[in-house]
Design a protein. Sequence first.
Length: 81
Amino acid sequence: MSRESIVFLLGIVVFIAPSLGLPETWKFYILSGSGLLLMILGYLLRRSSYLRTIETETGERVTDSFVESQPETLSNVTRSI
């Protein structure tokens, strides 16, 4: 199950929980737990979205590695001098 669908289901739980007729302590724990999970998942979704924008817009997280096809040796350098 994706994080987005978990957020959607927790939103439904938060919307329906007050009208279920549960005892107040159960409602408290259900709403508190749902709120905590929503905060964590919201942070993770926001962070992954931010990292995606960095990779696509500015390229900060993209690393370029350069490899010489034929490295010069010390003997080649001294011959050319």
